[in-house]
Design a protein around this ligand. Structure first.
Ligand SMILES: Nc1ncnc2c1ncn2[C@@H]1O[C@H](COP(=O)(O)OP(=O)(O)OP(=O)(O)O)[C@@H](O)[C@H]1O
Ligand SMILES: [Mg+2]
Length: 329
C-alpha cells in the first residue's frame, strides 16, 4: 500500500493545459498515509482537474512528473490505482431514478462483490450514513445533504484506503457539514487517507493536516493551517478609547501604534501571545491609562487566502465570507 516514503499520494511536476490555457503548471503534492490533505483554491483554480488526474479520470499532460497513488505508478498501472481509491466527485454520482439501496448495490456489483457480501456492505453503509429509512425511496427524492451522504457511502463500498472528496460539503447546511466532518474524521481514524478540495477555509482549518493553496496553476503556499497563518502579517491588538484625552496619552505611550483619530482606536502589530499582550498592558499601566476595549486579531485562513489569491474585495464587490456566497454549481 505504501511507497517507501509512506506517502499515499505523491505527484511531481503535474501539468495540465486545455488548449493554450494552463490549468496546472507543474505542481508537487505529497500526502502522507492516514492524513487529510486539503487543496484550496478559488473557482476555476484547477482543484477538480487535479482530483480527476490523481484519480485516473483524465490524464496529465505529457512531460508531467511521476504520480504515485497507494504505491502504484499512475501512468504505468492505472488499474491498481483505481482499485486503491474511492472518488466522490464535485457533482453527484447518485442515480436519481433508482433507490439509495439500489445505488449501493450497483456499486457493490461494480466492485465485483459477491451478492451476499454486497448486500451486507450496502446495509452497513446505509446504516452508518443514517440512510436506512430513505434506502427504499428513489434517490431523486433525497435532500442535497442525503444525496451527498449517499455519494460518500457509495464511494466507500470498495473499502478504499485513499479517498478523493471534491467539495464534499458545498451546499450543505451547517449541521450536515458537521456530520460530514465527523464522517471524514472517522475515516481517517480508520487509517484512510483523504484528499479533500474545498472553498471553505474553516473546513480546511478544521479538518486538514496539511493545506495547499492553488493559484494561477501553482501551489501558492503549503503547510499546516498554523504555518499558513504565520505566513502573512496582520496580527494586531486593537485598543479602543471613549475619552479623547486618554486616547491621546495612549498614543503617546505606544508610539508604534497606528492611530485612528476618528474611531479613537490604536492598532499595535502583535502576534497576540500572552507575553506580547502583557507587555502592552504593562506600558499602559505604567502610564496610568485604561483602554475601554481590547481586542486581539490573529490572521485566519481567510486572510491567508486573500493574501495569496488576490486582493481583498473592494467596496461594491462581494466581501462575504466564502461560505455565505453562492455555491459554485
Ligand atoms: N474539459 C475542459 N476543457 C476546457 N477547459 C476546462 C475543462 N475542464 C476544466 N477546464 C478549465 O480548467 C480550469 C480549472 O477548472 P476546475 O474545474 O479544475 O476548477 P476548480 O478549482 O475545480 O473550480 P470550482 O471551485 O469552480 O469547482 C477552468 O478554467 C476550467 O474552465
Ligand atoms: Mg471543482
Amino acid at each position: 500500500m505504501t511507497t517507501p516514503t509512506g506517502a499515499a499520494i505523491s505527484a511531481r511536476g503535474l501539468r495540465k493545459s486545455y488548449g493554450d490555457k494552463t490549468v496546472l503548471d507543474g505542481i508537487d503534492l505529497t500526502v502522507p498515509e492516514g492524513t487529510i490533505f486539503s487543496l484550496l483554491g478559488p473557482n476555476g483554480a484547477g482543484k477538480t482537474t487535479a482530483v480527476k488526474i490523481l484519480s485516473t479520470l483524465i490524464s496529465a499532460d505529457p512531460g508531467s512528473g511521476e504520480v504515485r497513488i497507494g504505491g502504484h505508478d499512475l501512468a504505468a498501472d492505472p488499474q491498481a490505482v483505481r482499485a486503491a481509491i474511492g472518488v466522490t466527485g464535485q457533482f453527484s454520482a447518485v442515480d436519481g431514478l433508482i433507490t439509495g439501496e439500489e445505488n449501493m448495490l450497483l456499486m457493490a456489483d461494480l466492485h465485483h462483490l459477491p451478492k451476499r457480501e454486497g448486500r451486507r456492505t450496502a446495509a452497513e453503509l446505509l446504516a452508518r450514513f443514517d440512510l436506512v429509512e430513505a434506502a427504499k425511496k428513489p434517490a431523486s427524492t433525497y435532500s442535497g445533504g442525503m444525496k451527498r451522504r449517499l455519494d460518500i457511502a457509495m464511494t466507500l463500498v470498495g473499502d478504499p484506503r485513499i479517498i478523493f472528496l471534491d467539495e464534499p460539503t458545498t451546499g450543505l447546511d451547517p449541521r450536515a457539514r458537521h456530520t460530514m466532518w465527523q464522517i471524514i474524521r472517522e475515516l481517517v481514524t480508520g487509517g484512510v487517507t483523504v484528499f479533500l478540495t474545498t472553498q471553505y477555509l474553516d473546513e480546511a482549518d478544521e479538518l486538514a493536516d496539511r493545506i495547499a493553496v492553488l493559484h494561477d496553476g501553482k501551489i501558492a503556499a503549503e503547510g499546516t493551517a498554523e504555518q499558513l497563518k504565520r505566513l502573512i502579517p496582520g496580527g494586531h491588538v486593537r485598543l479602543r478609547f471613549t475619552d479623547p484625552a486618554t486616547y491621546q496619552s495612549a498614543a503617546g505611550a505606544l508610539p508604534e501604534a497606528t492611530p485612528d483619530d476618528a474611531a479613537l482606536t490604536l492598532q499595535i502589530p502583535s502576534e497576540g501571545s500572552q507575553r506580547a499582550l502583557r507587555a502592552i498592558l504593562d506600558r499602559l499601566d505604567s502610564a496610568g491609562i485604561e483602554a475601554d476595549e481590547l481586542t486581539v486579531h490573529t490572521p485566519d485562513l481567510d486572510d491567508v487566502f486573500f493574501a495569496l489569491t488576490g486582493p481583498v474585495p473592494q467596496a461594491g464587490e462581494s466581501g462575504l465570507p466564502s461560505e455565505l456566497q453562492e455555491p459554485a454549481r
